[in-house]
Design a protein around this ligand. Structure first.
Ligand code: GLP
Length: 242
């Protein structure tokens, strides 16, 4: 794993957005694995800014999101579909049909998971973007998850629900189940970029990079992939030993 540490969030996202823009220009048909959460928002803002200024085009780009809440409609203000539309897709020239988010409202969720895996296998992801939970979850693969699985229907831990309650009116509205690309699906990407900012991610980052590969630290499975780059600000890197 390659670890890049930046003095500020600003310099981190400056560098990361340049990387993405160059990759998209070099391969206008690129397949991007995208993530939600607060962490990638500054990246999406910079991609929008660049699209407006420099006309970088997403017409032939395909995107595949990691996860979605189960039990809330696509149109719900806190669905990850709405998040992606509002935070990125509605502001660039991407064809919405080329943006995939698993459905958390499918009548047969197991079938939806199988279909999502088929879609991922047919297309393949060139660059998978990841954030990380404070308990080192990736996508919604919580501690204890199988490190090899495809897309799964996964319960959310209370820690994750607590972290995400800020987006909802109260805890009763926070979903308890998700549909998420499994760690096995994530590891199939050609390249993986994990981004973490802030001191509350420092322990998860230390365990991910310096700890054993274990189900207790889902992101530790990234140690088995041969092209992972981890972008950190100083705070998220603060517990690393070197
Ligand atoms: C959610 C998402 C993850 C994300 C995590 C961290 O649980 N499913 O993909 O990495 O939140 O979110 P944040 O970046 O807001 O800390």
């Amino acid at each position: 794993m390659k670890v890049l540490i930046f003095d500020t969030k600003e310099t981190l996202f400056e560098s990361l957005s340049h990387y993405y823009i160059n990759e998209i220009k070099a391969n206008p048909n690129i397949h991007l694995g995208l993530a939600t959460g607060g962490t990638p928002v500054p990246l999406y803002e910079k991609l929008i800014e660049d699209h407006k200024l420099n006309k970088t085009s997403y017409k032939n780009v395909k995107t595949f999101n990691l996860d979605e809440y189960v039990g809330i409609e696509e149109t719900h203000p806190q669905s990850y579909r709405t998040f992606m539309n509002e935070t990125l897709f509605n502001h660039i020239d991407i064809n919405l049909n080329n943006t995939k988010v698993p459905s958390g409202m499918a009548s047969d969720l197991e079938l939806e998971a199988k279909k999502y895996d088929k879609l991922l296998d047919e297309h393949g992801i060139n660059i998978q973007l990841l954030g990380i939970g404070t308990n080192a979850h990736i996508g919604f693969n919580e501690p204890g998850s199988n490190l090899n699985s495809g897309t799964i229907i996964a319960p959310l831990t209370q820690e994750t629900r607590d972290a995400n309650v800020r987006f909802f009116n109260d805890m009763s509205e926070v979903p308890t189940v998700s549909i998420t690309m499994g760690i096995g699906s994530i590891l199939k990407a050609d390249k993986i970029i994990l981004v973490a900012t802030g001191a509350n991610k420092a322990e998860a980052i230390k365990n991910t990079i310096e700890g054993y590969i274990t189900k207790d630290v889902p992101a530790s499975a990234l140690q088995t992939h041969n092209d992972v780059v981890i972008y950190l600000d100083k705070e998220a890197a603060s517990l690393l030993s070197k």
